[in-house]
Design a protein around this ligand. Structure first.
Ligand SMILES: Nc1ncnc2c1ncn2[C@@H]1O[C@H](COP(=O)(O)OP(=O)(O)OP(=O)(O)O)[C@@H](O)[C@H]1O
Ligand SMILES: [Mg+2]
Length: 295
């Protein structure tokens, strides 16, 4: 007889596959879908590729995708057909983050005392991408708004993981990232090409460098190479993130939705993607075996 309390075996939908190990091609590196991720790397190091791969997988998994891109939406606008909510100005970012936190509050109020960690069967997963976090830091007349946004990111990060929300934050500048009050809440870091060892120590930490992370030695002609560091498991992986073409990005379509850019909160949970959808997405079936698993 089936035991109703037995946990379901881990499904690919619980993880984002980031890429393949450079020294062991075919060995895939993935992170839990619930892991808040910091992506750090110089301009042209491939941060956009990491975001594209994660969004592609989130589309298949049927979660909501929210995107803050204060470079006037140059990156995010490519994904508009699959975005539930977007912010291209500081004013819009403040509105988006207020809405995000209000939803976190109401989900917490609904589920408090009933469960400690929500999953897709209880509430639709929500991915919030912030491309170039440094653009949110403003001085002068916008400082108050900027501070308010940064505080809302911190607040969302500190509460949202258990509520089936994930945040992915990218920045070019590890110096800026260390001064962000929410940096320590991004427990998983992917360091793409960086300028120097001192930047690597800032981006990851001394421990990661001692364990073999060398993002300063990634060559300029290897965008997409990076070191993944998970402070929860203290493990480092050297991987290559596959390139995603503009055509692939523009052809993304929301699973079971109309892709009209409006929030889909409260809509039914879409079906789990079939293995063939994953194969198409990743070109090869993802290996579920990976040292960074947390299940
Ligand atoms: N995974 C990859 N494999 C091969 N080439 C890549 C990869 N990722 C990016 N590139 C190449 O590098 C260029 C820059 O990539 P991308 O826009 O992702 O960098 P970025 O780090 O986001 O830069 P920026 O900080 O300027 O936004 C791409 O146009 C592409 O030519
Ligand atoms: Mg970019």
């Amino acid at each position: 007889m089936k035991n109703p309390f037995r946990r379901k075996p881990p499904m690919p939908s619980n993880r984002y596959v980031l890429g393949e190990e450079v020294i062991h091609p075919g060995k895939y590196v993935s992170i839990p879908r619930s892991a808040h991720l910091a992506i750090l790397g110089e301009s042209n190091s491939g941060k956009g590729s990491v975001i594209a791969n994660i969004i592609k997988q989130e589309v298949i998994m049927g979660g909501e995708i929210w995107f803050i891109d204060l470079k006037a939406g140059m990156e995010a606008a490519n994904y508009e057909s699959v975005l539930d909510r977007k912010a291209y100005t500081l004013d819009e970012a403040e509105e988006l983050l207020s809405a995000f936190n209000a939803d976190v509050d109401s989900v917490a109020a609904e589920w408090r005392g009933k469960t400690r960690n929500l999953d897709d069967s209880q509430v639709r997963h929500r991915l919030l991408v912030i491309d170039e976090a440094a653009d949110m830091i403003k001085s002068g007349p916008n400082k108050k708004k900027s501070d308010s946004c940064i505080e809302m990111v911190r607040s969302a990060l500190s509460r949202s993981r258990a509520l089936n929300c994930t945040m992915v934050v990218s920045t070019q500048n590890p110096r800026v990232s260390t001064s962000l009050p929410y940096r320590s809440l991004l427990l998983t870091t992917l360091a793409l090409r960086l300028n120097s060892k001192s930047e690597a120590v800032m981006a990851l930490d001394e421990d990661a460098v001692q364990r073999g992370a060398r993002p300063w030695s990634i060559s300029f002609n290897r965008p997409g190479d990076g070191y993944l560091w998970d402070t929860e498991t203290n493990s480092v992986r050297f991987l290559h993130v596959p390139f995603v073409t503009d055509e692939e990005i523009h052809s993304l379509r929301r699973v079971g939705g109309d892709g009209d850019g409006r929030s889909g909160s409260g809509s039914p949970v879409p079906a789990t993607p079939s293995p063939s959808e994953y194969r198409g997405l990743l070109r090869r079936p993802p290996l579920l075996r990976c040292e960074m698993r947390d299940e």
